[in-house]
Write a protein that binds this ligand. Structure first.
Ligand code: SF4
Length: 240
């Protein structure tokens, strides 16, 4: 039994977990209390590709002005702001004793003085089938709230920038992809605009705080068998 009276530190992405259709309050409680869970290995290659996407866009803008791909559809882009890290990109939400953090992938500036928050996703782009979309929507709205709080500018646009590897047979067989020391893989970029709705955050802060303050882990998601498997493993390890 534990009592949570401490500040809840949560990232915009983790707050977005609450908006997922398969959200599990037990998982959320465990993650927010344990801080780091074992066996959580996320392949670093995706972060590397996201960072590379950012460098490609910034390099293109430095050289040509404006914006590459379909980013210009968001508005008249004049440049970018180097995105800050989660060490400084944060704000207090005193009503719920929450420290809300984030690390936006991209901040673009518009001719009218407003800004756009963008986030890179190394993934196949499907307009409607990404079950993580509700989480991403909260994530970028969360970044927008922090950006405005820190006076980066008024946020007028949000977007997800999907970079999807092009891996079809014809591309793999084309001579251009072969290099001296290996091969290149092209990426197809799609822009997914997201509605700006900072009002969605308040009920999520409240819900996050409620779950965090529970004295013990709540029940898990109906139908998820993994907790049962974990219980079996614990019994096995105890020789029972
Ligand atoms: S029920 Fe499933 S999703 Fe929830 S805590 Fe257990 S393993 Fe995680």
């Amino acid at each position: 039994m534990m009592t949570a009276v401490t500040q809840l530190r949560i990232s915009a992405k983790n707050l977005g977990e609450l908006a997922r259709p398969d959200f599990c309050p037990r998982c959320f409680w465990l993650k927010t209390h344990a801080k780091r869970l074992p066996f959580q290995i996320f392949p670093g290659i995706f972060s590397s590709i996201d960072a590379y996407t950012k460098r490609v866009i910034h390099a293109w803008m430095d050289k040509n002005g404006g914006a590459p791909f379909g980013l210009g559809e968001l508005g008249r882009i004049t440049g970018y702001i180097d995105p800050p890290s989660h060490h400084s990109f944060r704000m207090e939400v005193p009503e719920h004793d929450i420290l809300f953090t984030g690390a936006p992938d991209g901040i673009l500036t518009f001719a009218d003085g407003t800004i756009a928050i963008i986030d890179y996703k190394t993934a196949r782009y499907t307009k409607t089938q990404d079950k993580l979309m509700p989480m991403y929507v909260v994530q970028v709205n969360g970044y927008a709230a922090i950006a405005e709080h820190l006076n980066f500018g008024d946020v007028s646009k949000l977007a997800l920038v999907y970079a999807e590897p092009v891996t079809d047979h014809d591309t793999a067989a084309s001579p251009e992809i072969h290099t001296e020391d290996g091969f290149a893989m092209p990426f197809s970029v799609s822009i997914h605009p997201v509605d700006l709705d900072l009002g969605m955050l308040e009920p999520l802060y409240k819900r996050a705080r409620e779950i965090y303050d529970l004295p013990e882990a709540p029940d898990g998601r109906v139908g998820c068998e993994d907790c049962k498997k974990l219980d079996k493993l614990v019994l096995l390890a105890q020789g029972r």
